[in-house]
Design a protein around this ligand. Structure first.
Ligand code: EPU
Length: 293
């Protein structure tokens, strides 16, 4: 596609996506772009729209499975510092969507603001986290959101107030937007107490999920009746392998890449898991990870 001169150099072609994902799996993106600022992002969105090019917004790549055959579209990563700004007014934090959660958690701890600690150890960006209403230990980020600044896929800016936002278990109504920033409501607290909570959550996570091989977090959503991990475990699937992918022996809702896993290996384990859980418990598991193909 002939890109205008100001973008032609910056838009890379045939970029390997495996390195941009926590799973370390995936083929090439036809186009890959890290816009310098909002204006460039708006420009590229309009061009992509006119060209009928599919657009994928990549956060930390920690909740996706990218197809081995790559993506016939434009992958955009909001890695520039213009998408990573941080500011606090009273007990509210305004943060760019490209920020990693751990940066947000450290910043708010240093400002004596509490509320984000439960997200400790989740490797995502704020944008990805909001899109999927990420959570842990019975809480989710949606509960903290006051406002979100978004772009639609025509490049138009919008401000969404909390009453326009809908968050439910691992989902939001932000799917048709690109999240640019969010304002979160936190609570004043002593730094020491915040740090203690962070350490507590880190330890809990390490004990239940401490997988040291590449993975994408929980593969399936928890069904209404409990934990997907427990159901998969009860089907005896821990340690089950396909190619280079294996179901974690520590937490059965994790699939690990032992080195050379392909997306087809992961998909095959996911099929097997759904089939076994359906047979045994009559429950349909739904993927939690996003599958990009
Ligand atoms: N369990 C098993 N076997 C397993 C895994 C879990 O018996 O292989 C049991 C545990 O012993 C526990 C119960 O299942 O009694 C629940 O397990 P856990 O506390 O690990 O929580 P989970 O329901 O499996 C959810 C989220 C996690 C989040 C944790 C902690 C989902 C799909 N998973 O897991 O989120 O970190 O709670 O709050 O909602 C993610 O979103 O990627 C993710 C990992």
């Amino acid at each position: 596609m002939p890109w205008p001169r100001n973008l032609a150099k910056a838009i890379k072609t045939k970029v390997n996506l495996a390195g941009y994902t926590s799973f370390k799996i995936g083929g090439q993106a036809k186009y890959f772009f890290e816009p310098k600022n909002l204006k460039q992002l708006q420009q590229v969105l309009i061009l992509a729209k006119h060209a009928g090019l599919r657009v994928f917004i990549l956060g930390a790549g920690s909740n996706i499975l990218v197809s081995d055959s790559g993506l016939d579209g434009l992958v955009i990563k909001l890695s520039n510092k213009s998408f990573k700004q941080l500011d606090c007014q009273g007990s509210c934090l305004t943060a760019g969507s490209g920020l990693k959660l751990n940066a947000l958690i450290s910043f708010s701890r240093n400002k004596n603001l509490s509320g984000l600690e439960f997200l400790t150890g989740i490797p995502g960006t704020l944008g990805g986290c909001l899109m999927g209403n990420a959570g842990a230990w019975g809480k989710a980020i949606g509960e903290l959101v006051k406002q979100v600044g978004v772009l639609d896929y025509n490049g138009k800016l919008k401000l969404l107030e909390s009453k326009q936002l809908k968050f439910a278990y691992r989902k939001s109504n932000l799917n048709n937007y690109i999240i640019i920033w969010a304002k979160l409501k936190l609570l004043a607290k002593e730094k020491k107490a915040i740090a203690a909570k962070i350490n507590q959550y880190l330890l809990r996570r390490k004990q239940s999920q401490g997988n040291n091989l590449p993975n994408a977090g929980c593969i399936f959503k928890n069904p209404a009746c409990g934990s997907a991990g427990r159901l998969i475990d009860n089907c005896g699937l821990k340690g089950m392998a396909r190619g280079g992918a294996v179901i974690s022996k520590l937490h059965a809702n994790f699939i690990l890449n032992t080195g050379k896993a392909k997306s087809r290996d992961v998909l095959s384990l996911m099929d097997l898991t759904r089939k076994k859980v359906k047979e045994r418990f009559k429950i349909n598991l739904e993927p939690e990870i996003k599958i990009w193909k």
